[in-house]
Design a protein around this ligand. Structure first.
Ligand SMILES: *Cc1c(COP(=O)(O)O)cnc(C)c1O
Length: 424
């Protein structure tokens, strides 16, 4: 055994996330000395003795608690498996203040499993909109059937959000997605956490959880747990994966008691991420910051140029915010502006469709966060389930095009956008 290998390193000095993700949370000795994790595809695990099997089931079912220093035997891969464990132990290093993580099959599986763990019939959940379409659908059309009331609040209305938190009946959770997609309106995470912390909770009741969907700016540029949030959720399909070739979801927390409650629900629902996908995503983690930083720098240059273009009437991007409150939140909450922007084109839907049709580098597809640039028309695709009133309040117009900028050379991308604008 080599005492200096990464598995033995202890936190004598605080390391930065980019170093930690390459040195902590993976023990090569458990992968026959392999410098990078191996894949363990097995669905079931052999016990060293019948007594060990009995003990493993007692612990997994909650009948017994794991003793200090005791290891748990793996049982069956719907509950846990080595590649989920490695992914979770490594991704914790990227999220500021996180101590614990869970990997899920998709972002939706992470959101659904977490909400169903904590919410009870009769409770309500306050959430910002626009929020991811699947999340809105789940709250409005499914949680409602189980007696859980969704209370949507438009992003950018901190006053209404605070009022809803103060007045909601038996509030179980507050779910924030910031910045909001596609116009990037921001919600002040700390303000929301303070409002929840200020609620008077009668004995026997628990304080509502603050959950933040950090997919658009995390883990590199926005750190909800440091601002008081309880849970951070991701669609790992986006920036964490970065290549538009796998689906995944992640939940992170500062307090392990929270993931200890969600973990058994994941085992019951079968929403754990498969071994191959865990292994792929683990391999992407050391480059998340590099990819996001390059894409954000690209997006900033392109968005600021396109804001001057005669065929755009408005570009939505954090460095182009004009509202003082939005500028304040961006400055307080985000390290970088990120790699998403939206263009409001003069000429409505025909102009937007012409623009998309003429793109040669950027591809017309939904989703985001990949190294390749994607563009879509939110009103007829990602947000097509909205009502007219929701379109109006969220600023989703006929001429709006959303862009997820990748890591191509920014000058090539800018030329592509300019030639597509000229072709309208
Ligand atoms: C894509 C996305 C989701 C859903 O994630 P899946 O991996 O597709 O299930 C949730 N939230 C946000 C912000 C997303 O962009």
């Amino acid at each position: 055994m080599n005492p200096s290998h990464p598995g033995d390193r202890r936190e004598s000095q605080p390391l930065r996330p980019t170093t930690k993700v390459l040195t902590q949370g993976f023990d090569p000795r458990l992968s026959v000395g392999s410098a990078r994790p191996a894949v363990f595809r097995s669905s079931t695990y052999v016990f060293p003795s019948p007594e060990a099997a009995e003990r493993a089931f007692d612990i997994a079912s909650g009948r017994a608690h794991i003793a200090e220093g005791e290891g748990t035997d793996l049982i069956y891969s719907r509950f846990n498996h080595p590649n989920a464990q490695i992914l979770q132990d490594q991704i914790v290093n990227l999220e500021a203040d996180a101590t614990t993580a869970l990997a899920f099959n998709t972002g939706m599986a992470a959101i659904m499993t977490s909400l169903l763990t904590f919410l009870r019939p009769g409770q309500s959940v306050v959430y910002t909109i626009p929020i991811y379409g699947g999340t809105q659908h789940f709250i409005q059309d499914h949680l409602s059937k189980w007696g859980i009331a969704g209370i949507p609040i438009f992003s950018g209305r901190g006053d209404l959000l605070a009022a809803a938190i103060a007045s909601a009946r038996d509030l179980g959770a507050v779910l924030l997605e910031t910045p909001a997609n596609p116009t990037l309106v921001m919600t002040d995470i700390r303000e929301v956490c303070d409002a929840v912390a200020a609620l008077t909770i009668s004995s026997g009741e628990t304080r509502p959880l603050v959950m933040v969907d950090n997919t658009l700016l995390g883990p590199a540029f926005q750190h909800p747990l440091t601002l008081g949030a309880d849970l951070v959720v991701y669609s790992g399909t986006k920036y964490l994966s970065g290549f538009s070739d796998l689906l995944a979801g992640i939940v992170l927390a500062k307090d392990p008691a929270l993931t200890k409650k969600i973990g058994p629900m994941r085992g019951l629902f079968g929403t754990i991420l498969q071994p191959d996908e865990c292994w792929m995503l683990t391999g992407r983690l050391p480059t998340v910051g590099l990819r996001m930083t390059r894409a954000s720098k690209n997006a900033q240059r392109i968005a600021e140029h396109l804001a001057e273009h005669p065929k755009t009437s408005r570009v939505y991007y954090p460095t182009l915010f004009t509202d003082p409150e939005q500028k304040r939140i961006f400055k307080a909450q985000c390290d970088y502006p990120g790699a998403m922007f939206s263009l409001e084109l003069k000429g409505g839907k025909p102009a937007a469709f012409d623009f998309l049709r003429h793109l040669q580098i950027a591809m017309n597809a939904v989703s985001l966060g990949g190294v390749e640039t994607l563009a879509c028309h939110p009103k007829t695709t990602t947000h097509s389930g909205f009502t007219e009133q929701e379109f109006a309040q969220a600023g989703i117009t006929d001429g709006l095009v959303r862009v997820s900028v990748g890591i191509e050379h920014w000058r090539d991308l800018l030329s592509d956008f300019e030639q597509a604008l000229d072709a309208i």
